[in-house]
Design a protein around this ligand. Structure first.
Ligand SMILES: Nc1ncnc2c1ncn2[C@@H]1O[C@H](COP(=O)(O)OP(=O)(O)OP(=O)(O)O)[C@@H](O)[C@H]1O
Ligand SMILES: [Mg+2]
Length: 472
């Protein structure tokens, strides 16, 4: 069993002479090379500890080498297989690629050919591993958020790190960017998630009632205070207290809030005694808090007390890759709620949505989707269904795909020579192969097709006499 952290390569080859030859070719590589001389032994090795790469001779004494490939593919094992085939057996090679082989080498081959193919396979495995590791941190949804952009991944990571602590989070962002969603996400992600989450909107409550809303009041504290009442701070005891639109708070009350944050003690309006509460503070504003401090509307000492972990939510126009993701999810939710049959947005709508600036951010997008679903019928959202501000958007022409519009015949001469499609395809494949020095998997990656597509094309050209110099 290998013990080092070097990548493991398993050679499955029954011929002692060839095994020795291949081992010789690979002797200077930084790999842990293991060898099985039968298929059964090879399969047992793969089951026990999946190697990074298998170099597999398809002609084995005890089983079809192809069955080993099938086993790797069926279990979706993280292992790249290089298949050794007999000279001229391109059909077998095509089959091997269909069963997930990374590449194949025709016998006899040089040491250099084996080394290049092996290094490509090891690189591909290493890239695959990195993608798998990164994808663990890549989340299209997070608590109430939808968004897979890098900007939102950063927000999710800050929430992950800040949530376990008691430190105050200061959320900024334009209206409709999800500040309240963010406050709730921090609470949900925190150890206080089973305790209350109490939100108080400082802009929505009249000035003279605000103190009693936060701290509560005793009976008779003011006209209309017919009984004792708990304030929001006391209701949130043990949990999270979210002060939304904090910059709208009356300046006199800001002094009381500061004292409360420093001491953790509340005193009800009209009362004499104090009570200690345990709170995690989160606050939010759509203003620039430093401008408010400079204008004398927001106390500087309170700002620095609260501004411990700043978290800025990016506007939607700066993460346009999220627009369609959010739009599709809202479409699905509202269609279900409204018993409609919408399944998606037409390409034209998608282009308009991507070009539109969404100044009202996600709230605006949410309202637009609700409007479309409620007022229209059908499966696809078409441009005519869009409400006014979107209807006048002119998307960029290259984003516009109109698959169902029939083009009018054009009588002007073609801009360049028009070739048969197979010829264009063949030239593209040959160019990619030349660029990749005949490395089919690399060329396939550049062309965004599977390697077996290239093998099949080459076979097709040979069969149809569409003369080719391209050889895998
Ligand atoms: N990333 C998101 N994914 C899905 N829904 C979102 C997202 N961000 C916000 N929303 C939704 O958009 C609406 C507005 O969000 P929210 O109230 O949190 O914004 P806000 O920044 O507090 O806005 P305002 O400053 O106007 O109070 C809510 O219905 C919320 O559920
Ligand atoms: Mg809000």
């Amino acid at each position: 069993m290998p013990t080092t952290s070097l990548p493991t390569v398993l050679l499955i080859e029954d011929s002692p002479t060839l095994s020795l030859l291949y081992k010789g070719y690979l002797r200077h590589e930084d790999i842990q090379l293991c060898h099985s001389s039968t298929g059964a032994e090879g399969l047992a090795f793969i089951d026990g500890q999946c190697p990074d790469v298998v170099v597999l001779d398809l002609n084995l004494p005890d089983m079809e080498g192809m069955d080993i490939l099938k086993a790797i593919q069926k279990q979706n094992l993280p292992c790249a297989a290089i298949v050794i085939t007999a000279y001229g057996s391109i059909d077998v090679a095509v089959d091997a690629m269909r069963y997930g082989a990374f590449d194949f080498i025709e016998k006899p081959f040089s040491g250099k050919r084996l080394l290049v193919t092996l290094r490509n396979a090891l690189n591909s495995r290493s890239l695959q591993r990195q993608i798998e590791q990164l994808s663990q941190y890549f989340r299209p949804n997070y608590h109430g958020f939808i968004g897979s952009s890098l900007a939102m991944q950063r927000v999710y990571r800050i929430i992950d790190s800040a949530a376990p602590s008691k430190a105050t989070v200061f959320i900024t962002g334009e209206s409709g960017t999800g500040k309240e969603v963010c406050a709730e996400a921090i609470h949900q992600q925190s150890p206080r998630s089973k305790q209350p989450f109490i939100a108080l909107n400082c802009a929505a409550i009249p000035r003279d009632l605000m103190e009693s809303e936060i701290f509560g009041h005793v009976k008779g504290a003011f006209t209309g205070a017919s009984g004792e009442r708990k304030g929001a701070a006391e209701q949130a005891d043990g949990g999270t207290f979210f002060l939304d639109e904090i910059c709208e708070m009356d300046i006199d009350l800001q002094a009381k809030l500061l004292r409360f944050i420093q001491t953790g003690k509340i005193q009800k309006v009209g009362g004499t005694g104090t009570k200690t509460v345990d709170l995690r503070f989160i606050c939010a504003t759509n203003r620039n808090p430093l401008d408010e401090v400079a204008a004398g509307r927001f106390r500087e000492d309170l700002f620095y007390r609260l501004h411990v972990i700043p978290l800025h939510l990016p506007p939607l126009r700066e993460r346009s890759e999220d627009v369609l993701l959010i739009a599709r999810q809202f479409l699905q939710t509202y269609s279900t709620e409204e018993h409609k049959e919408f399944v998606g947005l037409s390409p034209e709508c998608e282009a308009i949505f991507t070009a539109y600036p969404w100044l009202g951010n996600i709230r605006e997008l949410q309202n637009v989707m609700r409007n479309i679903v409620v007022l229209n019928q059908g499966q696809w959202v078409e441009a005519e269904m869009l409400p006014e501000p979107l209807r006048s958007v002119r998307p960029q022409p290259q984003r516009l795909l109109k698959p169902h519009k029939v083009a009018q015949p054009d009588t002007s001469p073609p801009p360049q020579e028009i070739l048969p499609l197979w010829q264009v395809e063949k030239t593209a494949i040959e160019n990619a192969l030349r660029y990749c020095q005949d490395n089919i998997p690399n060329a396939a990656a550049l062309l965004e097709v599977s390697p077996s597509t290239i093998y099949r094309k080459i076979q097709g050209w040979q069969k149809n006499g569409q003369d080719t110099k391209t050889k895998p």
